[in-house]
Design a protein. Structure first.
Length: 177
């Protein structure tokens, strides 16, 4: 088998960047809530991926591979920083193009409660909820990204969702998740 050239690796990374940079950025941003740092970590993700390819290694599933690299870089960043809040306003989407003032206020209040609930969870619960429920990745993809078995993903998601539901119920929010 012939190894890819530097130009081919460059073309691969550019293609991956065009295809996946926005979802990788959003994933990182959801975990750290810092736009500039999320942009930096996104760039670092693709630089690491390029370095990996330059080591004459092959990637069979680019999307999952990039999520894994982004995950590792983000976790390293978080470990170096103070604990960072995770905003989940995107959980609640307005379907009405011109929502009423009351519905905007209700959405913001619900979003804040959901935000607080997610931030009250252990980091492992937040990670798996973001990947499975928000990013809508499969159990297999999530397991690969986190370095967990599929059964650990399922059990951690179940526990995380129960913890989140318990928090939301305590706050008076019903049928949120």
């Amino acid at each position: 088998m012939r190894l890819p050239t530097r130009e081919q690796n460059h073309a691969i990374i550019l293609h991956w960047y065009d295809q996946y940079s926005m979802i990788i950025y959003k994933y990182i941003f959801k975990l750290i809530q810092d736009q500039q740092q999320a942009e930096d970590l996104t760039q670092d993700t693709f630089l690491k991926a390029y370095t990996y390819l330059e080591g004459n290694r092959q990637v069979d599933y680019p999307k999952t591979f990039l999520y894994r690299v982004a995950h590792n870089l983000t976790v390293d960043y978080i470990r170096k920083q103070k604990p960072i809040q995770l905003v989940k306003d995107f959980f609640l989407h307005q379907k009405d193009p011109k929502p009423s003032v009351e519905s905007i206020v209700e959405t913001r209040e619900s979003s804040q409660i959901l935000y607080d609930g997610l931030n009250s969870l252990k980091f492992s619960y937040r990670q798996v909820i973001v990947l499975r429920k928000i990013e809508e990745l499969s159990t297999r993809e999530t397991g690969h990204i986190l370095g967990w078995s599929e059964s650990k993903v399922k059990s951690t998601l179940s526990r995380g969702m129960k913890s989140l539901q318990k928090y939301l119920t305590k706050e008076g929010v019903k049928d949120e998740i």
